[in-house]
Design a protein around this ligand. Sequence first.
Ligand SMILES: Nc1ncnc2c1ncn2[C@@H]1O[C@H](COP(=O)(O)OP(=O)(O)OP(=O)(O)O)[C@@H](O)[C@H]1O
Ligand SMILES: [Mg+2]
Length: 280
Amino acid sequence: MTGDLIPGAAGAAPAPSPVDADLVVSLDGVAVRRSGTALLHDVDWRVELDERWVVLGPNGAGKTTLLNIASGRLHPTTGTAHVLGERIGRTDVMELRTRIGLSTAALAERLPAQERVVDVVMTAAWSVVGRWRESYDPADEARARALLDQLGVSGLAERAYGTLSEGERKRTQIARALMTDPELLLLDEPAAGLDLGGREDLVGRLADLAHDPDAPALVLVTHHVEEIPPGFTHALLLRDGAVMAQGLLDDTLTADNLTKTFGLPLLVERNGDRYTARAA
Ligand SMILES: Nc1ncnc2c1ncn2[C@@H]1O[C@H](COP(=O)(O)OP(=O)(O)OP(=O)(O)O)[C@@H](O)[C@H]1O
Ligand SMILES: [Mg+2]
């Protein structure tokens, strides 16, 4: 997890919502600084309800930091961040968190290995990891099982999470992120560590989600244009904490923009609804 985390129950009273109701994320002049370095700077970004964004950039570009802001887990050092109409830093973060699905490596590390897969998904209803004394309705369990089914891993519901393969874990994590029926779903490198078949399967499932009009607004972080699922609409390219380009996917994923972002001459090709990139 990047930077200082916001404690669970921020005492501040919810502020009135000054932003457009269709805006899911709205960042204005956002910077995050730690020990004299800017992890992000001058970030202006708007995500609307029906948009599906991919965030691309090299290691250390600030992608996870951006997701930590968008999930209410990190305050900007300067600038303002509104998420689902609430201003980060002036709202009850716990309330906001149940409205946001998040899947990151840092959260995945906290999932207990001995926990049943269905419980790993279900405990998201209480924003906890590990079943303890919370009470769940049969409807909660039915929803968790339906989500595992949607991600193609319903057969693993009774298994201990720690026994799953990397790809099976990734799918379980996405099911977990969807448990609260979030209005915003943030996925940090969901295809990392998957083999080709696993990646293609995941890309297909994310494409289904992207095409579903009832799905939440989606933000997907990746290093690879090959992992952009069909149905994604927008891209934001980050390098050294700065936005190199952003906008509609086709307009943004140009050879010039990718070259600037990754710092080496790149060619990008679109094949149908998928992209590939290679050194020029
Ligand atoms: N608390 C901190 N103090 C100082 N530097 C930090 C802190 N947290 C993160 N960083 C640095 O900020 C930069 C951006 O980190 P971030 O995790 O957002 O990158 P990223 O784009 O997600 O990279 P990756 O693709 O490797 O996951 C990195 O160089 C990281 O080392
Ligand atoms: Mg990261």
